[in-house]
Design a protein around this ligand. Structure first.
Ligand code: GLN
Length: 497
């Protein structure tokens, strides 16, 4: 097989070729390095590429195979990690100047589990600074471009994770999702991205943003690859007390279809003001595909979901404010030069190390948690959280999954959403899920009829039924096919504004 063919394979296909010996892991790794080198200048999905580490891991896979040792389910599959996940031997920057030179001193459980399954680590992926954002424009290392149209953003905050998969640089990546950061970039880049139920995947070793909302999940070009990755990722980790045991096989029954399933639609949301008509059209068509495969559509209501963004922008900044207090230039992070005293050092190190969006969130969190203000915002936001969680619980008594867009519009152009509130509103379909803790997956459906850009259908499932949710996602994939590899050519990109 040619290098080009090898690098364009899905994770499932790559694992099969390596297992049968039709390709060696080293051949796959070399082909992947070539593919990254050819496209990285145009896309800029990576913060760090790790070819040596990759070749060493690939050699180990080949040696294991030669010695007749059992191979992991993902043996030889190239993978990249969002740069908020620790991996010894790499820097973990969170897309920030604050951690520009920070060397990981331990490896995150999610990363370790993928390596234990045989994955070959190709590098660390670009992201919005500290995962605050929806476009990857706030990365200190410069934005990632959308491989389907280099003049547009890839979404965020896991923009590098989605773009690397769409560009055919990697078959599989990990992202993290606090308010939509896996599903929205997956939708913008036309790949599959799963935010698992809160507690499915260990958060140990993932730099915290909002600890009650953060969840790690896989991005890939097929639902099968996402299921394969979840088999490795899911389960209890004694180092994260919120993680839960899991022993079901994500691949079992994945293609059993949706015959007899009840799929919820929330009319007031999909056809709401602010939702692009092309998104509505693609989603309506996706709903009909599920009906054609034997599912029934049921109207459901999520009466409090409209308050999700307001609650999130109270809860998430409060959690971020306390999580980011550790970056003081002493324990962690950038330290300013010539400090006069401790207070001068802390404030100048933070002023220099953090970008504007990070500062905005920290100040917002500090204000919201201050005495007198707390009762007016934080406490009511927690009450709204309970109401939204209850909405979902009630809805899932009637339906197996809920269908809605991942984003109200397709990928926007660089600089188009310069007003932060407009950027926040673009998460209107993803945030309520993090608040409730449920699982959600974005699957590419019919491209936008006006823009020609990918549109993601989001499927939402009850807590800890992520395997069943992927079954619905697989039915949509059967209708539309797995995601293609984008044709990336640098000359197609416009200037970044
Ligand atoms: N866009 C949302 C925010 O900026 C979500 C980010 C995320 O999920 N990490 O907070």
């Amino acid at each position: 097989m040619s290098a080009r063919e090898l690098s364009g394979l899905t994770a499932t296909e790559t694992a099969r070729l390596v297992r049968t010996g039709e390709a060696s892991a080293v051949e796959v790794a070399r082909a992947t390095i070539e593919a990254i080198e050819a496209r990285e200048d145009a896309v800029h999905a990576f913060i760090q590429i790790t070819p040596e580490m990759a070749l060493q891991a690939a050699e180990r896979v080949d040696a294991d195979r030669a010695a007749g040792r059992e191979l992991g389910a993902l043996a030889g599959v190239p993978i990249g990690f969002k740069d908020n996940m620790h991996l010894v031997g790499t820097r973990t920057t969170c897309g920030s100047r604050m951690l520009e030179d920070y060397e990981s001193v331990f490896t995150a459980t999610c990363v370790q589990r993928m390596l234990d399954a045989g994955c070959v680590p190709m590098g660390k992926l670009n992201m919005d600074e500290f995962a605050f954002g929806s476009s990857t424009e706030s990365s200190y290392f410069g934005p990632t471009r959308n491989p389907r149209d280099l003049g547009r953003v890839p979404g965020g905050s896991s923009g590098g994770s989605a773009a690397a998969v769409a560009a055919g640089m990697l078959p599989l990546t990990l992202g993290s999702d606090t308010g939509g950061s896996i599903r929205q970039p997956a939708s913008f880049c036309g790949v599959v991205g799963l935010k698992p139920t809160y507690g499915m995947v260990s958060r140990y070793g993932v730099v915290a943003f909002g600890s009650s909302l953060d969840q790690v999940g896989p991005l890939a070009r097929s639902v099968d690859d996402v299921a394969l990755a979840m088999n490795a990722l899911a389960g209890r980790d004694p180092r994260d007390c919120t993680s839960q045991a899991w022993d079901r096989d994500f691949m079992a029954g994945l293609h059993d279809g949706v015959e007899g399933m009840r799929i919820g639609v929330v009319d007031g949301m999909t056809h709401a003001e602010g939702v692009d008509p092309e998104v509505m059209a693609s989603l309506d068509a996706a709903a009909q595909e599920l009906v054609a495969r034997g599912a029934t559509l049921v109207d459901v209501e999520l009466p409090h979901a409209k308050a999700a963004i307001s609650a999130y922008y109270v809860l998430a900044p409060c959690e971020a404010f306390s999580n980011l207090a550790r970056f003081d230039g002493v324990r962690y992070g950038h330290q300013c030069a010539d400090a006069r005293d401790l207070s001068d050092m802390t404030s100048r190190s933070r002023a220099e190390g953090f970008g504007p969006e990070v500062k905005r969130r920290i100040m917002l969190g500090a204000y919201l948690l201050s005495s007198g203000v707390y009762d007016r915002y934080y406490y009511p936001a927690q009450q709204v959280r309970a109401l939204i969680t209850d909405d979902y619980r009630r809805a899932f008594r009637q339906v197996d999954a809920i269908l809605m867009p991942a984003s109200p519009r397709c990928a926007f152009r660089f600089g188009e959403l310069s007003d932060p509130t407009q950027m926040y509103l673009s998460d209107m379909f993803t945030i309520s899920l993090n608040i409730a803790g449920n699982a959600g997956v974005s699957v590419p459906v019919a491209p936008g009829r006006d823009s020609g850009m990918p549109i993601g259908a989001q499927l939402i499932g009850p807590a800890f039924a992520d395997d069943r949710l992927l079954r619905v996602a697989a039915a949509l994939q059967d209708a539309y096919g797995p995601a293609s590899v984008a044709d990336v050519r640098a000359e197609k990109g416009g200037e970044l504004s």
